[in-house]
Design a protein around this ligand. Sequence first.
Ligand code: PLP
Length: 398
Amino acid sequence: ATLFAAVDLAPRDPILGLNEQFNADPNPNKVNLGVGVYTDENGKLPLLACVAEAERQIQAAPKPRGYLPIDGIAAYDRAVQELVFGADAAVLAEGRVATVQGLGGTGGLKIGADFLRRLNPAAAVLISDPSWENHRALFTQAGFTVGAYPYYDAARRGIDVAGMLAALEGAAPGTVVVLHACCHNPTGYDLSPADWERVIATVKARGLVPFLDMAYQGFGEGIAEDGAVIGRFLAADVDFLVSTSFSKSFSLYGERVGALSIVCRSKDEATRVLSQLKIVIRTNYSNPPTHGAQVVATVLTTPALRRMWEEELAGMRNRIRQMRLLLVEKLKAAGVSRDMGFITEQKGMFSYSGLGQAQMQRLRDEFGVYGVDSGRICIAALNTRNIDAVARAIAAVS
Ligand code: PLP
């Protein structure tokens, strides 16, 4: 037999597969609510003006492209820390946070997963049920056994907080708990401040390892509001990890800009942790790419560009909110008698619509409306041109 004769064909990524199906659909009125990408009122992926301006400034004084340090651009890592933890956070003054540039939020998660696995090979990982598709696969590939804690409560259209807390209470010390910092993907339901406090108290009492995935900071309520959860963990004085993604908040998906930050007990500990993160990076891809992080660092540290970004991010956030309100209105007008108001309680790009697999299939086959079989639809892909058709289609299958 030849070397690769026994290689199995891996199943294709369900969401990217949906994309291929969408692209092949000749229906001129088709709408793609499958992928997690923000498009503007014209259905286009935006190039933020702050990004274009930062690129113009960078281009005006082109630099040679040497290797970056293994942990990335120092000014970028610092800007990430100030964004995530707050510019005057005590942990930063104390030098207790190890931050590395990563390849998107996924890269940050993977560096963290590899580091944790080396630290404690016996630990298990818990993710939310349901969670972002890639969480389970990523932590499994890193060598962990991955379980899930209850999260979505379909009957109550919200979070099964009691179930979640019970699962955390039953977890062995050292278990890594992956938590969505804001804008939960796929459900859109975030813990309330009071529920966060209970989760943090449980994590602390049980000696669990919280790993916050922050892929949507600024897409929910605001940059500071969405980041408030970080302050809660700091106040509780627990060690934790945070992955950051700028894919959505800067519309820089393809540039792969993200980070991993680890909050440690002391500066000395952070130095040792950083040295280990560098080994993970060095043996995977050696060092990160230059462009995207330079753009983000320029925007975050240049006051005028920073203001521009905050306005543009607010624009995206508010447009998503408007689409939530409008969708509820249009569904009612289209004859859906059930109260769909829950859609406006959800945060971020996505909505768990409550539709089942058969209904999602009909949406695709009969109306060219593409969402995920779980019932997840991307609200950030709605606009005033496609929302009527989407509402009518959902009404028809409801
Ligand atoms: N984490 C969650 C919850 C996400 O939804 C996503 C993107 O969809 C990511 C991480 C990955 O982000 P990135 O594209 O920056 O790797």
